[in-house]
Design a protein around this ligand. Structure first.
Ligand code: TMP
Length: 255
């Protein structure tokens, strides 16, 4: 079988050239990393679950008119997406203080924020993805003021929808990270699409009653029961693979 061209290998995913021009295959690995890859490990079955969870959330977002890169799921660990030009920003939306916001501003984790707050981080591993302002972004040309307006509006719509989606399964959406890309249609008209993934790797998800963490913080903070937390999110969303947890290994072969 012809080997596929590997375009990029990241910490949790591999990207391959897709079967048609303008498409990419996203392969979800079980590998996990935190603190700019200072901590690494494996969360068994994570790739299979994240593939499903991201598919599910992106499809629901599509239904309410949010343009996403998602085309279709191909198999246990792979999905076909539109090839986009990634905007080098991580867009974080926060509803409840946690993580770096709590550390930076001295706000106790779990404190509800007066309103949802959108932050931008410059995607640069050498600099550990620093927090940046709109001034930096437009001055250095990472995105235009119009791109920023579009991303901010989309991020807030995604937040409103996802807060409700997760609340419906007794989960509080504390915060999450989005990435966007530029995509050109057949008439060379540029649109901004939601790209990358939406999974427990990129969100903070707390049980609504107990505040139990159901996300990657369990790995970052060595809390144990990491696999179980990812499974619990998938179970509540009604998308655990048919054969249950024993079906999570999926194929390990990537080429
Ligand atoms: P933070 O509190 O570490 O800044 O993270 C905020 C949210 O963004 C949290 O849900 C985790 C997510 N995130 C990523 O998905 N990737 C990253 O590289 C970082 C720093 C955060």
């Amino acid at each position: 079988m012809a080997r596929r061209r590997r375009i990029y290998e990241g910490k949790a995913k591999v990207l391959y050239e897709g079967p048609e021009p303008g498409t990419i295959v996203q392969y979800f690995k079980d590998d996990a990393s935190a603190f700019n890859a200072q901590k690494t490990g494996v969360i068994s079955g994570k790739g299979v679950l994240n593939n499903r969870i991201s598919e599910y959330v992106m499809l629901r977002l599509n239904e309410i008119g949010i343009p996403t890169h998602f085309v279709r799921r191909l198999n246990m660990r792979e999905q076909l997406v539109h090839e986009v030009e990634i905007i080098p920003l991580e867009v974080v939306v926060r509803n409840v203080a946690a993580g770096t916001m709590s550390q930076r501003l001295g706000i106790e984790e779990g404190t509800p924020l007066p309103r949802s707050i959108v932050e931008f981080y410059y995607k640069n591993d050498d600099l550990s993805d620093p927090l940046v302002t709109e001034e930096h972004i437009t001055a250095f040309g990472w995105a235009t003021p119009q791109d920023l307006d579009d991303m901010m509006a989309l991020a807030l719509r995604v937040n409103d929808f996802m807060v409700g989606l997760f609340l419906g399964v007794d989960i509080r959406l504390v915060d999450f990270k989005l990435e966007f890309g530029r995509w050109y249609d057949d008439n060379d008209y540029m649109r901004i699409l939601l790209a990358d993934e939406i999974t427990p790797d990129s969100c903070r998800l707390w049980d609504i009653k107990t505040n139990e963490k159901l996300d990657k913080d369990r790995f970052r903070r060595d809390m144990g029961n990491v696999e179980e937390a990812y499974q619990e999110v998938a179970r509540r969303l009604g998308i655990l693979p048919d054969a249950g947890p024993q079906d999570l290994k999926g194929t390990k072969s990537i080429n």
